[in-house]
Design a protein around this ligand. Sequence first.
Ligand code: 5GP
Ligand code: ZN
Length: 114
Amino acid sequence: MDDCIFCKIAAGDVPASIVKQDDLVVAFEDINPQAPIHIQIIPRKHIPSVLELDSAQVDILARMVETANEIARERGLDERGFRLVFNCGPEAGQTVPHLHLHLLGGRAMSWPPG
Ligand code: 5GP
Ligand code: ZN
């Protein structure tokens, strides 16, 4: 989609620190990290939010989670723990309307979230 920053990152048209990528997903370092490890996992396909996900996209969702798990293991977060977050819509603080899974780790986190 034109004018979507995450589509541009996925296409390589906007630079990002890419952690992993394959045919379905791209993972890259967040530009404004909220934890020592803060990575975005996005589908290459433009999907506006988690609300648009259903069983037809189960391959994409599974790959996003698999990729997050691989990165978590590689960074030693499997033992320490980590958080996966989909923000959806204004009250959740979604600012980029292209589906993204936040992988956050490397510090203790509180609950409930702010
Ligand atoms: P949201 O608030 O929509 O759940 O999360 C969007 C995330 O994308 C934020 O954590 C923000 O820092 C990150 N982000 C926004 N624009 C860019 C960008 O151009 N490059 C990178 N690497 N991250 C971005
Ligand atoms: Zn997009």
